[in-house]
Design a protein around this ligand. Structure first.
Ligand code: BGC
Ligand code: NOJ
Length: 804
């Protein structure tokens, strides 16, 4: 298995990259608390504290040629040869190269001419510092005299200013050098209470802090002056571009090894320099580095023990056990802010995004999920609409990114209910969050959920369907934009005031939100409220069935002129995926067979070998009345690309229909692990989901883009864990409601739920797709399919599927 560039090491929970020249840079995310690093398989990327825009510690040049040519670099000078263990930037051919991306760490090993250098990058739990544990070994037969040069380029903290305002930034850069500690102190004298340290615990033979001196004004990093000259310039930066570089001279006998660490730390008042020196002193002790790394491993083991599966599909097993939770944690930490596609200065914490992401991390980090939920709710406005994004550092809503996305508020209902079901913590509903535009008003989270439902109910169009506003989940279906100005953003253009454009997808989402809220009220013993919500839902359902059904599938929307979008009457964009998914997930079509018909239509018209495309036929010309969706070339992004995120909803919808084969087929079509062998086409990381895979209409079908920060991560987990494997958290216990391929003989899941470990074994002796015949909990038969809440544990659960 594997491909020309690497393979999974499932036991180690690592992806092993064996060639540095991957089809695209393959990324990992370092950090788990406040300090984060983007780290590619050649060491590229940058580090920031909390907020990739406002507290960026090292620089990155997006959209550079070659891609990914700034990062954490170590130059090794051995005689006249200069090389890098991660290959870049010199690209000197290596005798051996390996990069292991693991859980919160990346280990890059390069060897040349009898010298092996291993760099282990990670952020110790609870620490605002990135460590690079560095091991240099003489694996040859002759004594080696080596000179090493480290390299980072400092960012002047505010990343947008740093890359645009050179008339200022070229004059403000300041550094201080104190032995192995290089402090980046720009603006520390003035308005900042923080600085960056790039330190080394080894013995230093020289340093550099001026990029012009180290690299050379007319050089690229691959031909940097200092490493090729073999001696540091001991430069002190005044303005221009401050960097951090240490020189270390090593003499290694055959078989000898040196180990030390570089420490990239964010330090703030009081006494940041002293803190920095103390940090270096601490990590001068090799054992301290080892125990920090061990603590990281323990943190992940404990996270992952919340859900582990052993099922007949190797891709599902591998993704669910390691890579899917890793990606879910990245979406928790970064939302849509920083990746190789998100520049850290564009988008921040997405409202609909993070609410959906929560579904994938709530079981891993319930306490932190609570905080996130409340932060999100606090960016809802009193009328029910929401800031579409907020800035991670300030938690303030960001209006420049646009607003009036009339699906946003409904996702809060789904995330809140998921949180309460997972934790049993009803108290969150009484938290006085208040609204963003009425500070201090103190309305509770439950009030927010009511406001959300009420908003959709009271903002409906001529058919009685919910208004779409600027857009719904599909950011690019802009029915009120009418943009003809090349320089305006589709995400902000246009005015929704007075528009009648409606969304069938929001109607479906509303049905689902009502089901969730009604169930929550029943759990709270508020049956009257539950009934009221049910009545709203029933009314909406009738509207959907009356006006939303097109004959073989659900219509997608009605535009501002009242014309249907996603109907057989359209010349292009006749059928869309989102309305099929959400109408079915909301319970439409259940009684009358339409749900199944809609899903069959999706399979027939939208299915492809690369996954399910968003709609068909692709739009071939720009249509101002539909907006950004028609601006993409056919087959890409929202114009009939495979948008992985919405594929997962179809997986769940097939589960509702009890079709395990279809559910797994849909799950696997976008699964990165299952793409490993088609990597020359796929190009992106085979271990994390990509937002989009080019569809059959594209010039490059099967090519993935925008990996890491996508709602696919959470929903793929939900579709597997709760849909296919059927382990659903509920108010009264864990429900076991699988929908598996008939050929599966069984599987095991271990699931931590409210602090108790449940060891669940499912057997499928009759080869069914769904239906629980018997349930035994610690040897005792339980009626129904809900494992009652237990104390203590581990609890042994035996489930047998089959006809009753
Ligand atoms: C993209 C969307 C994205 C939106 C947000 C659009 O150009 O296609 O996927 O959500 O921008 O900025
Ligand atoms: C990416 C955005 O982050 C997400 O919020 C949106 O739903 C999809 N694009 C689809 O447009």
């Amino acid at each position: 298995m594997g491909n020309a560039y690497g393979h999974f090491d499932d036991d180690a929970r690592e992806y092993v990259v064996t060639r540095p020249d991957t089809p695209l840079p393959w990324l990992n995310v370092l950090g788990q608390d406040e300090l984060f690093g983007l780290c590619t398989n050649t060491g590229g990327g940058y580090t920031f504290w909390r907020d990739a825009r406002l507290r960026r510690l090292t620089r990155y040049r997006y959209n550079d040629a070659p891609y990914d040519s700034v990062g954490r670099y170590l130059f090794v000078r051995d005689g006249a040869t200069v090389w890098n263990p991660g290959w870049k930037p010199t690209k000197t051919p290596l005798d051996r190269y390996e990069c292991r991306h693991g859980l919160g760490y990346t280990r890059i090993t390069g060897a040349k001419d009898g010298v092996e250098v291993e760099l282990l990058f990670f952020v110790p739990p609870g620490e605002d510092a990135e460590l690079w544990r560095t091991t240099v070994r003489n694996v040859g037969a002759v004594t080696k005299e080596l000179t090493l040069f480290s390299y980072v380029e400092f960012c002047l903290y505010e990343a947008l200013n740093d890359m645009t305002n050179f008339q200022r930034t070229y004059s403000i850069g300041e550094v201080e050098v104190d032995g192995g500690a290089i402090f980046h102190t720009t603006e520390y004298r003035e308005r900042r209470d923080h600085l960056t340290m790039f330190g080394c615990t080894g013995e230093i033979a020289g340093f550099d802090t001026s990029r012009d001196a180290f690299v050379g004004v007319h050089n690229g990093l691959h031909e940097a002056t200092v490493p090729f000259a073999g001696a540091a310039a001991n430069s002190v930066a005044h303005g221009w571009n401050p960097i951090g570089s240490h020189q270390l001279d090593l003499r290694l006998e055959p078989g000898a090894e040196e180990r030390f660490a570089f420490v990239l730390a964010y330090l703030h008042d009081p006494e940041p320099r002293e803190q920095g020196r103390a940090l270096l002193a601490r990590y001068r002790d090799r054992d301290a580095v080892e125990s920090a790394f061990a603590a990281l491993g323990e943190r992940w083991e404990s996270l992952l023990s919340a859900f582990q599966v052993d099922c007949p599909d190797p891709h599902a097993t591998r993704m669910a056990n390691t890579w899917n939770p890793l990606q879910c944690m990245a979406t928790f930490n970064l939302s849509r802010s920083a990746s190789l596609y998100e520049s850290g200065i564009g988008r921040g914490m997405g409202f609909r995004d993070s609410n959906q992401d929560l579904l994938g991390f709530v079981h891993l980090i319930p306490e932190r999920a609570r905080g996130r939920l409340l932060d999100l709710a606090a960016t809802q406005l009193a009328d029910g609409t929401c800031f579409h994004q907020y800035q991670p550092l300030t938690k303030q809503g960001n209006a420049e990114i646009g607003g009036d996305f009339y699906d946003d508020h409904l996702w809060l209902v789904l995330s809140s209910c998921a949180y309460v079901k997972e934790t049993g913590d009803d108290s969150v509903l009484d938290e006085p969050v208040g609204y963003a535009d009425t500070p201090g008003s103190g309305e509770t989270l439950l009030h927010h959920l009511e406001t959300s439902i009420a908003y959709t109910l009271s903002h409906r169009g001529p058919h009685g369907l919910p208004l779409i506003g600027h857009a719904d989940w599909n950011d690019c279906l802009n029915l009120n934009c009418f943009s003809t100005e090349p320089d305006e953003s589709f995400q902000t253009a246009g005015d929704v005031e007075g528009s009648v454009a409606e969304s069938v997808m929001i109607a479906g989402l509303f049905l689902r939100a009502c089901d969730e809220l009604a169930a929550l009220y029943r759990h709270l013993g508020r049956d009257e409220d539950a009934k009221r919500v049910d009545a709203s839902s029933a009314e909406m359902l009738a509207v959907v069935e009356e006006h939303g059904w097109d004959g073989e599938w659900y219509v997608r929307a009605f535009d501002a002129a009242g014309e249907p979008v996603g109907s057989h009457t359209c010349d292009e964009g006749r059928i869309f995926i989102e309305s099929q998914a959400w109408c079915v997930l909301g319970g439409a079509g259940r009684e009358n067979g339409r749900a199944r018909r809609a899903l069959e239509s999706v399979r027939e018209h939208l299915g492809s070998e690369h996954g399910i495309v968003l709609h068909q036929p692709a739009y071939t010309r720009y249509r101002p009345e539909l907006g950004e969706i028609t601006s993409y070339p056919p087959g890409y992004k929202e114009n009939a690309g495979v948008f992985s995120h919405n594929n997962t909803w179809i997986t769940l919808a097939w589960c509702l229909e009890g079709e395990g084969e279809r559910a797994l087929e849909t799950y696997l079509a976008i699964c990165p692990s299952a793409r490993e062998e088609a990597i020359e086409t796929y190009r992106s990381e085979p271990y994390v989901y990509a937002q989009m895979i080019a569809g059959p209409d594209a010039a490059t079908p099967g090519e993935a883009k925008n990996s890491w920060l996508t709602g696919t991560a959470a929903w793929a987990f939900v579709s597997l864990a709760q849909g296919i494997l059927g382990i659903e958290p509920g108010y009264d216990g864990l429900r076991v409601n699988p929908c598996i391929p008939r050929g599966w003989g069984g599987y095991r899941v271990s699931r931590r739920f409210r602090g108790v470990l449940y060891e669940i074994e499912v057997a499928n002796p009759d080869g069914v797709s769904r239906g629980v015949r018997s349930l035994h909990v610690d040897g005792r038969e339980v009626a129904g399919d809900v494992i009652p809440l237990a104390a203590g544990g581990p609890v042994q659960v035996q489930v047998v599927l089959g006809a009753n």
